[in-house]
Design a protein around this ligand. Structure first.
Ligand code: CUA
Length: 209
């Protein structure tokens, strides 16, 4: 089963150590420079007059370019993997974002869910089932974000974004729009309600038009 989130978790475990390494190197070099500067100041010495050190600078630049190239490659190949729409069976859900609400439709059941004046839009899903999402926007860029599952994907007007997700555990999760999209951006919340498959089927039958 494909679950997009794991791909990103792998990417995070790549970025994090590199970020920590770079931070440690910068902190260490800064501390060393400060200590040396102080010692010199105490001895009334003038600092190094050397202006350039080409081999060293080229070395830095080369290392940086290599690290960036590596991360860009890994990021894009992860994107490719998550964009490849899975052929495996599962539930299809279309997500349409608009100023300022969400519409979730289930083509297999003919169901469309929207927010009402009194309640948020609820995205009801079965657990343990691959859910194939196709998302788009009616107007500006919005972002489908479920913090509890660490998943976020931008939705663009006139363009479809595809992603697969899988909820292992039943429960209610908070969803929101993570891209500033105008006046009521902060009201663009929704709820993910992950139900055991039999309860999901009952829900779908009850809501079939
Ligand atoms: Cu839609 Cu912010």
């Amino acid at each position: 089963m494909v679950d997009t989130r794991h791909e990103y978790a792998g990417l995070e475990s790549l970025y994090l150590p590199i970020a920590i390494g770079v931070f440690a190197a910068v902190a260490l070099l800064t501390a060393l420079a400060l200590l040396r500067g102080r010692r010199r100041a105490r001895r009334d010495e003038i600092g190094s007059q050397r202006k350039e050190h080409n081999p060293l600078e080229i070395g830095y630049a080369a290392v940086l370019v290599l690290v960036i190239a590596f991360l860009v490659y890994e990021t894009f190949s992860t994107e490719d993997k998550t964009d490849a729409v899975a052929k495996s069976p599962g539930l299809e859900v279309k997500v349409t974002a608009g100023q300022w609400d969400w519409r979730f439709s289930y083509p297999a059941y003919g169901i469309t869910v929207q927010q009402s004046p009194t309640s948020k839009a609820v995205l009801t899903l079965p657990t343990g089932t691959e859910v194939h999402f196709t998302g788009t926007s009616n107007d500006v860029i919005h972002s489908f974000f479920v913090p509890g599952t660490r998943f976020k994907r931008d939705l663009f007007p006139g363009k479809n974004s595809s992603f697969d997700l899988l909820w292992a555990k039943a429960g209610r999760y908070r969803g929101l729009c993570a891209e500033y999209c105008g006046l009521l951006h902060s009201h663009m919340d929704f709820v993910v309600d992950a139900l055991p498959p039999d309860r999901f089927r009952a829900w779908a039958e009850a809501h079939r038009p």
